[in-house]
Design a protein around this ligand. Structure first.
Ligand SMILES: Nc1ncnc2c1ncn2[C@@H]1O[C@H](COP(=O)(O)OP(=O)(O)OP(=O)(O)O)[C@@H](O)[C@H]1O
Length: 265
C-alpha cells in the first residue's frame, strides 16, 4: 500500500533526515512511528501524505507515485483544525462539501465517487454516531471539550471514506482516560474496516496499542528502518502484563539507542 523507496530528504542546509531509506507497509496494516524529538516522524508522515516532496527516491501509495496529497488519504492532526464558526455537523460535512464543489476530478476528490447530498448527510450522521458525538452536532467547536473536538476531527476524516489514515500525535493533548477510549475506537476501526493506518506518537504505550508494526526512527540521518513486530496491538487492557511492560522497555531502549546514534549512519 505504502512504498518508500530509496528516500532522500532534508530541510536545506541542516543535512538529510532520510537517505536511501526504504520501507513498505501493506494494505490493512496498522503502523506507528516513534523516535526521539526532531528525528523526522512528522516529516515522514508529511512525505507520505504528499505535503513534502522527496529530494530523491520515490514514495508510492496504492501503486501511484505521490507528488501531491491524494484524495483518499485521511489526515488527522493534533490541533483538530475545526472551523470555529461552523457547527460540528457542518465541520464533519466540510470535506464532502468541498468534493461537491470540485466534482469527481481525481485530484481533489476520487474520480470514481458518486456525489449524493442525501447519502452525505447519512454518512455524517453515521460517523457522528460512531464517535459518540451525535448529541453535539448543533454545537460549535468552542463549546466542546478537547476530546470531543478530536472526535469531531476524526469523524470529519472518516466520513471521507479514506483507504489510508495518517495521524500525527492525534491524542497527545488528551487526558489518559479519553486517550484510551479513542485508542479503543481506532482499534475497532482497524479491526472492522481493515483501514491501513500510520500514527506518529511520543507515547510508547500508544505505539504498542496502535501499531502491529512499530517504526523507530533515529536522530540524524535515517538510512535503515528499524521495525519492531508487535502482536500486542489493541491489547489496551493488558498494559500491566509483563509482556506489555517488556515491549515498552524494549522500545524505550531502542529510542535511547537511536538518540545516541546522532549523526546517522
Ligand atoms: N519546515 C521545516 N523547515 C526546516 N526544518 C524543519 C521543518 N520542519 C521540521 N524541521 C526540522 O526537521 C527535523 C525533523 O522534524 P520533525 O517535525 O519531522 O520531527 P519529529 O520527529 O516529528 O519531532 P517531534 O517529536 O519533536 O514532533 C527537526 O530538526 C526540525 O527542526
Amino acid at each position: 500500500m505504502i512504498k518508500v523507496t530509496n528516500l532522500r530528504f532534508g530541510y536545506g542546509e541542516r543535512g538529510d533526515i532520510f537517505d536511501d531509506f526504504s520501507v513498505s507497509m501493506k494494505k490493512g496494516e496498522a503502523w506507528t512511528i516513534i523516535g526521539p524529538s526532531g528525528c523526522g516522524k512528522t516529516t515522514l508522515l508529511f512525505l507520505i501524505a504528499g505535503l513534502n516532496t522527496p529530494a530523491g527516491g520515490m514514495i508510492s501509495v496504492g501503486g501511484q507515485k505521490i507528488h501531491r496529497p491524494r484524495p483518499r488519504t485521511g489526515l488527522v492532526l493534533q490541533d483538530h483544525g475545526l472551523l470555529p464558526w461552523a457547527t460540528i455537523f457542518d465541520n464533519v460535512r466540510l470535506g464532502l462539501e468541498i468534493r461537491h464543489f470540485y466534482g469527481p476530478d481525481g485530484k481533489h476528490s476520487p474520480a470514481d465517487i458518486e456525489l449524493d447530498q442525501k447519502r452525505d448527510r447519512e454518512r455524517v450522521a453515521y460517523w457522528l454516531d460512531r464517535l459518540n458525538i451525535s448529541n453535539l452536532q448543533e454545537m460549535y467547536p468552542a463549546q466542546l471539550s478537547r476530546g470531543q473536538r478530536q472526535r469531531a476531527a476524526i469523524a470529519r476524516t472518516l466520513v471521507m471514506e479514506p483507504d489510508m489514515l495518517l495521524m500525527d500525535e492525534p491524542f497527545s493533548a488528551l487526558d489518559a482516560p479519553i486517550r484510551e477510549e479513542l485508542q479503543k475506537v481506532m482499534n475497532g476501526f482497524h479491526r472492522e474496516e481493515g483501514l491501513t493506518s500510520l500514527t506518529v506518537t511520543h507515547d510508547i504505550e500508544e505505539a504498542v496499542v496502535l501499531g502491529e508494526k512499530i517504526l523507530v526512527l533515529q536522530q540524524g540521518c535515517n538510512v535503515r528502518p528499524l521495525i519492531v513486530d508487535n502482536h500486542l496491538l489493541g491489547e489496551i487492557d493488558r498494559k500491566s502484563d509483563p509482556e506489555f511492560v517488556n515491549r515498552c522497555s524494549e522500545l524505550r531502549r531502542l529510542i535511547a539507542g537511536a538518540g545516541e546514534r546522532e549523526g546517522g549512519r
